[in-house]
Design a protein around this ligand. Structure first.
Ligand code: MN
Length: 344
């Protein structure tokens, strides 16, 4: 714990000269990013005189994540409601500079970065950065600072941390380490179970089921590979959400999900193979034109402007599908549909 105390002191020294800090999550934040921002906010408020605001880019699309914000009353604000010029320091959580998945302008440098994705080159020049790839969640990293600061999380914050680790690691089953286990167990007696249940079982809109119907129709199976072309999505999270679902299909080892969001194509890859490197696969699939990142079993990417017209989108989707099959050594396989109605 000594090491974390030293880190905490360094964090404090880094931030203290600044007047106003914006803590920014990745775009379309997930529970891990949301909880991480909230923890860091608590620490900075306690240990510095710097004023703190928590913000996110994109939208909070997934119903469960919106419920998390509402039920736990998390003070995280959409970037549109904030004036970037009013801040003189920026912290990124669960993301890094120049990854393409956060809204910090590239010319604006980050002062602080916390993440558990592989360290990027620009991150090394950030004054304070703590990147731990062996951690299953960024919230776990930040919790160690909370401990070093001797701040007891209240019920709401404990619930957020618990939910973050639970959803990010699928109840410690996916890419979780000892540190995640320890924090998860430590939070368990502190959580508000009713609140957590309201989050996990949040009421779903009809449009959600319409989207799922389209996703099922748009899924093709190539032996152990499922490729889903979603078409237009109104909520960017649905791409990862459906990939999480379809990778559970019996006999499937890899799942790729593609959705059109605005002018962009969003991609999500999942694998059941614990020895695989989904991050590497998605970089091969996205190529030099897009941005991508990920860990061993989960990865995401974006092709900006690839869905600017219907023709562009169809062509790019086709290219992505072909590259994935090639990368996984499955070129030339004839697909089947997922259900009887779709030809399975
Ligand atoms: Mn994360």
């Amino acid at each position: 714990m000594k090491r974390n105390q030293r880190r905490l002191v360094r964090l404090q020294e880094t931030l203290e000269p600044h007047r106003r800090l914006l803590i920014l999550t990745h775009d379309n934040p997930d529970p891990d990013a949301i909880a991480s921002a909230w923890i860091l906010g608590r620490i900075v408020r306690r240990f510095t005189t710097t004023r703190v605001t928590l913000g996110y880019g994109g939208i909070i699309g997934r119903t469960e994540n919106r419920a998390m914000m509402d039920v736990l009353r998390i003070p995280l604000h959409p970037l549109e409601s904030l004036d970037l010029d009013s801040f003189d320091a920026f912290a990124l959580v669960d993301t890094q500079p120049e990854t393409g998945n956060n809204s910090l302008p590239e010319e604006v440098g980050a002062t602080v970065v916390f993440d558990h994705h592989p360290c990027r080159k620009p991150t090394r020049s950030v004054p304070f950065h703590d990147i731990r790839v062996d951690y299953g969640a960024s919230a776990t990293i930040l919790f160690e600072y909370l401990e070093a600061a001797e701040i007891e999380p209240d019920r709401r914050l404990a619930s957020a941390i618990f939910h973050a680790i639970r959803s990010e690691t699928q109840n410690l089953g996916r890419e979780a380490g000892r540190a995640d286990q320890r924090v998860f167990l430590k939070m368990f007696p502190l959580v508000d179970n009713e609140a957590l249940s309201q989050i996990e079982h949040a009421r779903l809109q009809r449009s959600y089921f319409e989207m799922m119907g389209r996703a099922i129709e748009g899924t093709k199976i190539y032996a152990e590979i499922a490729v889903t072309v979603l078409g237009k999505v109104s909520n960017p999270d649905v791409v990862a959400e459906f990939a999480d679902l379809i990778v559970r299909l019996e006999g499937i080892e890899w799942a790729l999900c593609i959705g059109r969001y605005g002018d962009d194509l969003l991609l999500s890859i999942r694998t059941n193979n614990r020895k695989a490197n989904a991050g590497k696969v998605i970089r091969a699939v996205v190529g030099s034109r897009g941005t991508a990142g990920g860990h061993d079993m989960i990865a995401g990417g974006k092709l900006e402007g690839a869905a600017i017209t219907q023709v562009h989108a169809v062509r790019a989707e086709e290219l992505i599908r072909r590259r994935l099959l090639k990368e996984l050594g499955a070129s030339g396989l004839r697909p089947t549909g997922l259900t009887r109605a779709t030809g399975g």
